[in-house]
Design a protein. Structure first.
Length: 61
């Protein structure tokens, strides 16, 4: 997956989950919105809220 935004994307576990969700929703408006958010630098927190997942479950120290 290509990434072009300014947001830090170093959280490997969360990246895997987001990319899994993008693949799962491919071809839908939800999938398009998610991919757009991910590629354009939307924060992890906002993406997690969009996906209804708890960011704290993936937050790295």
């Amino acid at each position: 997956m290509a990434y072009f935004g300014n947001e830090d994307r170093t959280n490997h576990r969360l990246n895997v989950e987001i990319e899994r969700q993008i693949d799962m929703w491919e071809g839908t408006i939800h999938g398009y919105e998610l991919k757009n958010m991910y590629e354009n630098g939307t924060s992890y927190e906002a993406i997690c809220e969009f996906l209804n997942i708890d960011y704290a479950d993936y937050e790295e120290e």
